[in-house]
Design a protein around this ligand. Structure first.
Ligand code: FES
Ligand code: FE2
Length: 345
């Protein structure tokens, strides 16, 4: 079950060109491309005649021609040319999805097009801020339901077991979690005080000695996450919002797009508050982060199988509060959407 009235990431902007291509989102097939005049278009990827995907056809100027019998569709999905001598059938149209390019990503609205408002796209603080560096991200497909990923991204505790050589530190791994329910999502955070910096961060931070570390894990509906890591020299008051010159902040953006109930496309990148122009640092962080995410993939794909094929009931723990609250609210939102009349363009 998916929330339709929401912006999802369809692709990296650099991966969409004037070649027709099919992407699958929420179980739907979408044909996405740029027109000769640079417009960004996403159409239902199924010709209404014999359902050949439009992505198997051709771009003709600002239209797409079906590769089977030539029905031709404009950017709104309306058929504008038909083969033979007959008129264009009134129902010869395909669905057109609102799309918008921002932050180097193509965002797509999968629900009622009249409700799509680009002001509702996830806001990325410090994007293109000259004081902040960016680790250009990547994407990968993971064979699991997207909610296993939202679970994972509301769970600071898993780091101690899954990412032992990178993000984890042994001390304070049982520090208590605080859960904040917001209108647009859930955040789980904790401070770990006077601890040795974890190996991944030790290579980056610009101070010696122990740190006060924040793990802030926040997922917004339906499946867009901000993971904020703060490492401040210990005792400098970071938990009270005091900022020290050497405090390191990394904002990790993690956007999940369900492909189907059992597959999710994962997009990510990070922003950091130090050495914005240091490309070597960006490359090192990008590579390390990818390795860390590969550790999550092994867990998530195995949990997907385990939860699907379980022969005895699973249990919940006290650390699961944020995830369970998120799931409850999202399923209410999805149920509400199903009660509303569907208006499709
Ligand atoms: S299948 Fe597209 S025109 Fe026939
Ligand atoms: Fe992880």
């Amino acid at each position: 079950m998916f929330l339709k009235n929401a912006w999802y990431v369809a692709a990296w902007g650099t991966d969409v060109s004037s070649e027709l291509q099919q992407i699958r989102i929420l179980g739907e097939k979408v044909c996405i491309f740029r027109t000769d005049s640079g417009g960004l278009i996403a159409l239902e990827d199924a010709c209404p005649h014999r359902k050949l995907p439009l992505s198997k056809g051709r771009i003709k100027g600002d239209t797409v021609e079906c590769g089977y019998h030539g029905l031709t569709f404009d950017c709104t999905g309306q058929c504008v040319a038909a083969p033979g001598k007959g008129d264009i059938p009134p129902n010869a149209r395909v669905r057109s999805y609102p799309v918008h390019e921002r932050y180097g990503l193509i965002w797509i609205w999968m629900g009622d097009a009249s409700r799509a408002d680009t002001d509702d796209i996830f806001v990325i603080e410090h994007y293109e801020d000259p004081a902040w560096g960016i680790n250009r991200g990547a994407s990968m497909d993971i064979k699991c339901n997207y909610l296993l990923m939202t679970d994972n991204l509301l769970d600071p505790t898993h780091v101690a077991w899954v990412h032992q050589s990178s993000f984890a530190q042994d001390a304070a791994k049982d520090a208590p979690l605080s859960i904040t329910k917001k209108d647009d999502g859930v955040a789980v955070h904790r401070w770990m005080l006077d601890v040795e910096p974890a190996p991944f961060y030790k290579k980056i931070i610009e101070f010696e000695g122990n740190c006060d570390r924040l793990q802030h894990y926040e997922v917004r509906y339906p499946c867009l996450a901000l993971i904020r890591a703060i490492f401040a020299p210990t005792g400098t008051g970071a938990p009270d919002d005091n900022h020290h010159d050497q405090t390191f902040i990394m904002d990790s953006y993690n956007f999940m797009t369900p492909i189907s109930e059992t597959e999710t496309r994962y997009f990510w990148f990070q922003l950091r508050n130090i050495r914005p122009d240091d490309e070597d640092l960006s490359d090192m962080m990008s590579n390390d982060v990818r390795e860390v995410f590969e550790e999550d993939v092994i867990i998530l794909e195995n949990v997907q199988v385990g939860m699907t094929e379980m022969t005895t009931p699973n249990i919940d723990l006290s650390i699961d509060g944020g995830q369970l609250g998120f799931r409850r609210q999202l399923s209410k939102m999805i149920a509400k959407e199903h009660e509303e009349p569907v208006i499709r363009q």
